[in-house]
Design a protein around this ligand. Structure first.
Ligand code: FES
Length: 571
């Protein structure tokens, strides 16, 4: 048997080896676990403060069964749990901290491979970034979506329903008491958001990249097959270690192209853009923001799921899940891309059935026509790009010219959103700025602010909004996101004034501020940067080093990887 990485700890002689083994035996492990078998870390993002991940402790037990069955030695360890709903100012501020923490834990410990347990939005990309930078064999097991929410006889989707209920509350169509009852009906099981929000999207991206087992993205969190798949993943990681299948062999440029196209087909979240860019950056895979536009132009949306469509992840699972979508995409994908099964994507999905054509539509009769996924916009308002999710936007607003109404924070907008005297109509372009990676900080999901109450009461359901922040994957609307450079970094968004004309032309992929060049220059000369968000700690480090959205918002010193080598031995 070839010497494993973990042997440097557990096969060592003398005081060093005794220390490594003895302290582990204090947990009750017999000495056979040090016989050279693969040591498998199980990185869990379990926490009661991350409700979407709260069942990962149980998922980890299934993974352990599989590792033991395959002859490995499983060891569970915690990685930073990021709960999207509770963390302030935004969980995104901490994605890179999770990635940095998990990377160092994987590298510093006697592990030969790692199983990544994630669920809520940032935990999936954070762990994939970490594993990519270390380069040990890895497999992801996401925790699965909640069961469909049920309210007043119908389905309600996580987050997506909340946006609508908030508008209904503002417009007087729902009472506070009705909202309180409804919120209990929406979240009725373990699991992450069950719309095609960011968590479901990133679980699907992990599967499309080849980093988790087929069907893993869609089994509901409480479905026994979720636990079967986790057990299988425990077996598979041992196999990946035996054959030295590292993440860079799976997450190639072709795999990222597959993921981008799958994201278009499932109507996935715009957050996949920043996360995939960041993961690719760790692996040294060349990937650009414009790839997200060019690669999806011939890909229709096949999946009829909220927020773009009607159904939820439970329906998606019963309809055949991601393998059915990938089979349908056929030659639009690189079928030869390797996966954690040590088979190709094409082999994995070639016989995948579809059981409900209303949920997963055929390529020749898609839910939305080709090219309606994420579009990348450029122009004098977004020199380094911005994105818009066309499938969640209103078609009549994709070409629009309107006067700007500018707010320097979402809070400033919320203070006046209910004002009946607010100078706004349905043609107004709401600009919400200083919400980027440095500005807020952390690039929160604040872009899709609810419409002004006076418009909602008139029945207006959408208007153009532009922001340097992000939008929840559960949200919808004609919202231009990820404007780069952000206002806080001196991007042109900082120079817009209320009353300026802005032209959005999604078919032409442009976003323009219609002011003369000399006026542009004068405003730039007069602009002063805002005060830094923090002078110490993680937030200081983050704002000092975070890259813009078009680079995936990773810290500049974290791109690339350091490998699995550790420094000098201690103890
Ligand atoms: Fe965790 Fe939506 S809040 S996935």
């Amino acid at each position: 048997m070839t010497s494993r990485r973990s042997a440097a700890w557990f096969a060592a002689t003398g005081r060093s080896g005794m220390n490594h083994r003895s302290w582990m035996r204090g947990q009750g492990f017999t000495s056979e676990v040090f016989d050279g078998r693969p040591v498998i870390g199980i990185a869990t993002t379990w926490s009661e403060l991350a409700p979407c991940n709260v069942h990962l402790h149980r998922v980890a037990e299934s993974v352990k069964r599989g590792v033991w069955q395959a002859g490995g030695f499983p060891l569970e360890f915690p990685a930073m749990a990021l709960g999207e709903t509770l963390l302030r100012p935004t969980a995104m501020l901490y994605r890179n901290l999770l990635a940095m923490e998990a990377e160092e834990l994987i590298r510093a410990n006697p592990l030969d491979g790692v199983v990544l347990l994630s669920g809520c939005d940032k935990t999936t990309p954070g762990l994939l970034m970490a594993a990519s930078s270390v380069g040990l064999p890895a497999i992801m097991v996401t925790g699965g979506p909640k069961l469909n929410g049920k309210y007043q006889g119908g389905d309600v989707g996580s987050g997506t329903a909340v946006w609508r209920w908030e508008e209904d509350l503002l417009a007087g169509r729902m009472t506070q008491e009705e909202c309180a009852f409804a919120e209990g009906c929406m979240s009725r099981s373990d699991g992450h958001c069950m719309t095609m929000g960011t968590a479901s999207t990133m679980a699907s991206m992990a599967e499309a990249l080849g980093m988790q087992l087929p069907y893993s993205a869609s089994w509901p969190a409480v479905d026994s097959r979720r636990y079967e798949t986790a057990q299988r993943a425990g077996q598979v990681i041992v196999d990946l270690v035996e054959h030295d299948v590292t993440p860079d062999k799976i997450m190639t440029r072709e795999a990222f192209e597959n993921a981008i196209r799958v994201n278009a087909a499932i109507g996935g979240s715009t957050n996949a853009v920043v996360h995939l860019l960041a993961i690719a950056g760790r692996l040294g895979v060349p990937l650009e923001l414009d790839d997200f536009d060019t690669l999806i132009r011939d890909v229709p949306t096949l999946v009829n799921l909220q927020p773009s469509g009607r159904y939820l992840m439970e329906d998606f699972c019963y309809a055949g899940g991601l393998p059915a979508v990938m089979r349908e995409l056929g030659d639009l994908l690189h079928g030869g891309a390797l996966t954690v099964t040590r088979k190709t994507i094409g082999e994995n999905v070639k016989d995948a059935p579809c059981w409900n054509r209303d949920v997963i539509m055929p390529l020749d009769q898609p839910f939305q026509t080709a090219g309606t996924g994420t579009a990348v916009l450029r122009g004098n308002l977004a020199p380094d790009g911005a994105v818009i999710k066309q499938s969640a936007a209103s078609p009549h607003l994709l070409k629009h010219r309107g006067r700007a109404l500018v707010f320097d924070s979402p809070e400033a907008y919320h203070q006046v959103a209910a004002d009946p005297e607010l100078d706004v109509d349905e043609d107004t372009v709401l600009v919400i700025r200083y919400c980027g990676p440095k500005g807020y900080p952390g690039m929160p999901e604040t872009a899709n602010v609810p419409l002004p109450a006076k418009l909602l009461k008139r029945g207006v359901r959408d208007m153009v909004r532009i922001c340097d922040g992000r939008m929840s994957g559960t949200a919808y609307g004609t919202v231009v996101l990820h404007v780069a450079p952000e206002a806080a970094a001196g991007g042109p968004l900082a120079l817009v004034r209320s009353g300026d004309w802005i032209t959005l032309d999604v078919p032409a992929r442009t976003l323009a501020l219609d002011i003369p060049d000399d006026e542009f220059a004068a405003r730039r000369a007069a602009w002063t940067p805002p005060l830094r968000a923090a002078s110490r700690g993680w937030t200081w480090l983050y704002t000092e080093h975070v890259q813009q959205a078009d680079r995936g918002c990773d810290l500049d010193f974290l791109t690339g990887g350091s490998g699995a080598q550790v420094g000098r031995e201690s103890h």
